[in-house]
Design a binder for this molecule. Structure first.
Ligand SMILES: *Cc1c(COP(=O)(O)O)cnc(C)c1O
Length: 343
């Protein structure tokens, strides 16, 4: 298979049309077989449920090339399960896990020429999503849906080296208690756009959201979970029902415990105690971990001892170990790496 002629190292995080995408439609109470198509466009009725009432959920994962030349995905079974939970919460019919995994395999295999080579730092980003397609004007769930998976090659997240982030404590809320913060839905992002545009205009990289009920506890950013490292090297992550359960964060907690022998804690984290931590990072598929150097709380700064030049030492170990597992340098726990059958 010949790779496309792409300047992998200089790719950003933006959409590039690739050759094939997977499409399956839900009609009369059942998902059809689904198939690959070269057509990147969707023709929808003007009154489609997704357009009127935002009935859509999505996932995000990556395919990449390991050192020995295999194309793999990382824990796609967890993306399948999370998409199921997201769908249930928005009254969208579940797309079955085995069909999900097969669809991912097929789309990646069909776009193998776009999977960046090992060592480029780039990856093939995979976006599965489901949305209501038939006309809905009275407020109710749609009757018909489309499940679609497209791919787009994306560049290395840390171009020109790692730069710790400066984040602000947001005055906006991300998720209500008993709301939809724990599912991956476009609606959570629509309402975060004003907050992130505001934060950027003020010179910050990201928002730290606090719990909406008491504004005393750390939740997450718009699209990544927090981990903190205590001064005695414990790995702490906030526990809350309104946080999106990041697969990266869950994997890092396992890596911390089983590979690095560190103590781990998932518990409520009060904003008051954040200044006592030694390191702070944001976890998500895109960057694995982005180190946080500073948090600005209405003019009051928390500066982590790890500083603004590099990742802290424990964050670095976590990052190296998880990316080592992903790239095939370190043995992965059972079931974490799924090889794509490429002809
Ligand atoms: C997708 C997402 C994350 C990161 O999850 P990963 O599975 O690690 O990519 C974190 N927070 C929110 C709100 C998200 O939508």
């Amino acid at each position: 298979m010949e790779k496309k002629n792409i300047d992998w190292a200089n790719l950003g995080f933006s959409y590039m049309q690739t050759d094939q995408r997977f499409v399956s439609n839900y009609r009369d109470g059942a998902w059809d077989e689904g198939s690959l198509t070269a057509d990147p466009n969707i023709v929808l009725n003007e009154c489609a449920g997704v357009l009127q009432y935002a009935q859509t959920v999505f996932e995000g994962l990556k395919a990449y090339t390991t050192e020995d030349g295999r194309i793999v995905t990382f824990r796609p079974d967890l993306n399948a399960e999370r998409l199921e939970n997201s769908a249930r919460r928005l009254e969208i019919p579940v797309y079955p896990k085995e069909k999900f995994l097969d669809a991912i395999d097929r789309v990646v295999a069909a776009n193998a020429a776009y999977v960046p080579p090992y060592g480029s730092g780039a990856t093939l980003y995979i976006r599965p999503y489901i949305f209501g397609t038939n006309a809905v004007i009275g407020v109710k769930p749609a009757d018909e849906y489309q499940f679609r998976v497209f791919t787009t090659p994306v560049g290395p997240y840390f171009k020109g080296g790692i730069k710790p982030l400066t984040i602000k404590v947001s005055d906006f809320d991300r998720a209500a208690p008993h709301g939809t913060g724990h599912i991956k839905a476009g609606l959570n992002y629509a309402m975060s756009l004003h907050a992130i545009v505001t934060a950027h205009a003020e010179g910050f990289d990201e928002n730290m959201y606090l719990d909406a009920a008491t504004r005393t506890k750390v939740e997450e950013t718009g699209g990544a979970n927090f981990i903190f490292i205590t001064k005695d090297n414990k790995v702490v992550t906030p526990k809350s029902n309104s946080i999106l359960p990041s697969i990266t964060r869950r994997s890092l907690m396992t890596v911390a415990k089983d590979y690095l022998g560190l103590e781990v804690e998932e518990r409520e984290v009060y904003f008051d105690e954040v200044g006592d931590f030694a390191e702070c990072g944001l976890c998500g598929t895109a960057a694995v971990i982005s180190p946080v150097g500073k948090i600005n709380d209405h003019g009051k700064e928390i500066v982590f001892p790890s500083g603004m030049e590099d990742m802290g030492p424990v964050t670095r170990k976590l990052y190296d170990t998880l990316t080592g597992i992903q790239m095939g340098h370190l043995e992965a726990p059972e079931g974490w790496i799924r090889e794509i059958p490429v002809k």
